[in-house]
Design a binder for this molecule. Structure first.
Ligand code: 13P
Length: 258
């Protein structure tokens, strides 16, 4: 972490939690977190729980995000949700381009770019996910893959757009596997990503953008990862489904009193 950037912890609940379970989880989180200073915290429940969670977190430190959206305003897109529909529920963040969307639902860098631009046009703050597969890492393709995902995904965006975006580095081989990138491996990727953001935008923008780590982050490894200078927070999957473990990660991100 770096003093320039406020730590940002987001929970990606994926396809988990009924409405009742979702409300129970955020109520527990509110109780455990209290005022929680110095860290931005966002929960991203499934679409079905957004309305109830939005009401339950009103007035708390928790922010609301969605896990996906379509880029169009309205129309014949069966099963899809528009940016406007998310805004109506007081959703202020949206995850775009998660690796599960890329690999299981065919999202390309071009689709990611369209979604990012639609999110920004509707004042939603995107969390843009990028990351290499195990095979790409073993073939020494990591930097090339990250460079391509960033360059294509952020096409036609200026510094002002970039400032609204959080990048989440999620090595695919670390997601839900229990394998976490070591702090050194994660830091190296984050530093590389910041360098690419500098090329796309400018140095000041790259220095102010937050880059989260995601992939088996849990209370036991959060502090060590978050201590790295270019790791500004986390995008948490499994450990965000439990109030105790999510709170422990948030506490690990809180700036230490001097
Ligand atoms: P896990 O924390 O379960 O590995 O998931 C990470 C993730 O994909 C968050 O978006």
């Amino acid at each position: 972490m770096n003093r320039l950037r406020k730590p940002f912890i987001a929970g990606n609940w994926k396809m988990n939690k009924t409405v009742a379970e979702a409300v129970e989880l955020v109520n527990d989180l509110k109780q455990q977190l209290g005022a929680c200073k110095g860290v931005d915290v966002v929960v991203c429940p499934p679409f079905t729980a957004l309305t109830a969670v939005s009401a339950a977190i009103s007035g708390s430190v928790l922010g609301l995000g969605a896990q996906n959206m379509h880029w169009e305003k309205a129309g014949a897109f069966t099963g899809e949700i528009s940016p406007q529909m998310l805004r109506e529920l007081y959703c202020h963040h949206v995850i775009i381009g998660h690796s599960e969307r890329r690999t299981l639902f065919g999202e390309t860098d071009e689709i990611v770019n369209r979604k990012l631009r639609a999110a920004l046009a509707n004042h939603l703050r995107p969390i843009m996910c990028i990351g290499e597969t195990l095979q790409e890492r073993q073939e020494n393709q990591t930097e090339q893959v990250l460079q391509r995902q960033l360059t294509e995904g952020l096409r036609e965006m200026g510094a002002a757009d970039l400032q609204q975006i959080t990048v989440a580095y999620e090595p695919v081989w670390a997601i839900g596997t229990g394998l976490t990138a070591t702090p050194d491996v994660a830091q190296a990727a984050h530093l590389f990503i910041r360098g690419v953001l500098k090329e796309i935008g400018d140095d000041k923008t790259a220095q102010t953008m937050r880059i989260q780590y995601g992939g088996s982050m849990k209370p036991e490894n959060a502090a060590e990862l978050l201590a790295q200078p270019d790791i500004d927070g986390g995008l948490i999957g499994g450990a965000a489904l439990d109030a105790d473990s999510f709170t422990a990660i948030i506490k690990a991100a809180m700036p230490r009193e001097k």
